[in-house]
Design a protein around this ligand. Structure first.
Ligand code: TRP
Length: 335
């Protein structure tokens, strides 16, 4: 058995994965494989907390798995699978529904945002979403969870659930998982509005660079990205108050794997047309191998399904003894 600490993370199969997901999450996941035993899930059960078109859900589930692989997740050493294939997630989530308190869930800011004004019409699944997320992590006794800043509150809830379960049943079954915060995720903003996060749900496709975009489309989106009339500053401080300029420089730094200060130094005083040309070239060079591999993989859904099935079998084997311990602790009779 591996002695490396165990990571669990996941992304929802809703819409396309974009540059923010790649720089903020998936690229990091690839790197974490060196030091952790990694379980990377496509969280389809989380996706259905809001309405989904069934055919689109299946397509997006395979596509997100393809993105993990294309970016460099190694499905032989890491585990890649979709959540619905491993029943332990839903089973443990039910038990956690009975551990978590209404008061805890009422404090979740993401529910308030996602439910919006029409709260009465939100699904009950959306409300208990964080309990399922806790089950995802704790079914494997994972100790480290790479997530963006926006998910930190959910990891804290998972810790509260782990702690209360251990205390209520007098066991030491669950570790308290730690968030591994991926700062970049929060910093990749919309290409149309530098104050809004780059998002799959933005109605304008021009606001984001998808991992499925062709080089021509990437070039077009960067050319049309909102900027201000000034040239690039020669210090990082000079970016303050310039959301769009900050965003494009941040994206360049992310893609080049450099510090923002180094990028500012390189382009000090340049106008945006020069900078955008360099950014376009860099984005295409960096993303082309990934998008090409994604296209190759999504053309062969049988292969992706094989990877997901194999990952699910290995995930089931890891979760089974944990669920057995949980059933025993609670007093549920199972085989
Ligand atoms: N809620 C996460 C998001 O929207 C996705 C997710 C579901 C997740 N289960 C998880 C992330 C477990 C980390 C660990 O980004």
């Amino acid at each position: 058995m591996s002695t490396k600490p165990r990571i669990f993370s996941g992304a929802q199969p809703t819409g396309n994965l974009h540059l923010g997901n790649y720089l903020g999450a998936v690229r990091n996941w690839v790197r974490l494989q060196a030091d952790y035993e990694c379980i990377y899930c496509v969280v389809d059960l989380h996706a259905i907390t809001v309405a989904q078109d069934p055919a689109e859900l299946s397509r997006a589930t395979r596509e997100v798995a393809a993105a993990y692989l294309a970016a460099g997740v190694d499905a032989t050493t890491s585990i890649v699978f979709n959540q619905a294939r491993v029943a332990a997630h839903a089973e443990l989530a039910w038990i956690f529904n009975c551990v978590a308190r209404l008061g805890w869930l009422n404090r979740m800011t993401q529910f308030k945002e996602k439910a919006g004004k029409n709260r009465e019409n939100a699904s009950t699944g959306l409300y208990v979403y964080p309990n399922l997320m806790a089950a995802d992590i704790l079914a494997y006794r994972a100790t480290h969870v790479p997530v963006g800043e926006d998910q930190k509150q959910h990891i804290e809830l998972a810790r509260d659930i782990a702690q209360k379960f251990n205390k209520d049943f007098g066991v030491d079954l669950f570790p308290l998982p730690e968030p591994v915060i991926q700062a970049e995720a929060a910093r990749v903003m919309s290409l149309r509005d530098g104050t809004k996060k780059m998002s799959k749900s933005d109605p304008s496709d021009m606001s984001r660079i998808n991992l499925t975009d062709s080089p021509d489309l990437i070039a077009q989106k960067i050319r049309r990205a909102t900027t201000d009339p000034l040239p690039l500053p020669d210090t990082v401080e000079g970016l303050s108050g310039r959301a769009e300029a900050t965003n494009l420089v941040t994206i360049y730094a992310g893609l080049a794997d450099q510090e923002v200060a180094d990028v500012v130094a390189k382009f000090a005083g340049a106008n945006f047309s020069t900078f955008k040309e360099a950014l376009t070239q860099l984005a295409i060079d960096t993303l082309a191998p990934i998008t090409g591999e994604m296209r190759r993989l999504t053309a062969d859904p049988g292969y992706i399904d094989g990877v997901l099935r194999d990952g699910a079998a290995r995930a089931r084997a890891l979760a089974a003894p944990v669920l057995a311990d949980v059933h025993k602790a609670v007093g549920l009779l199972t085989d």
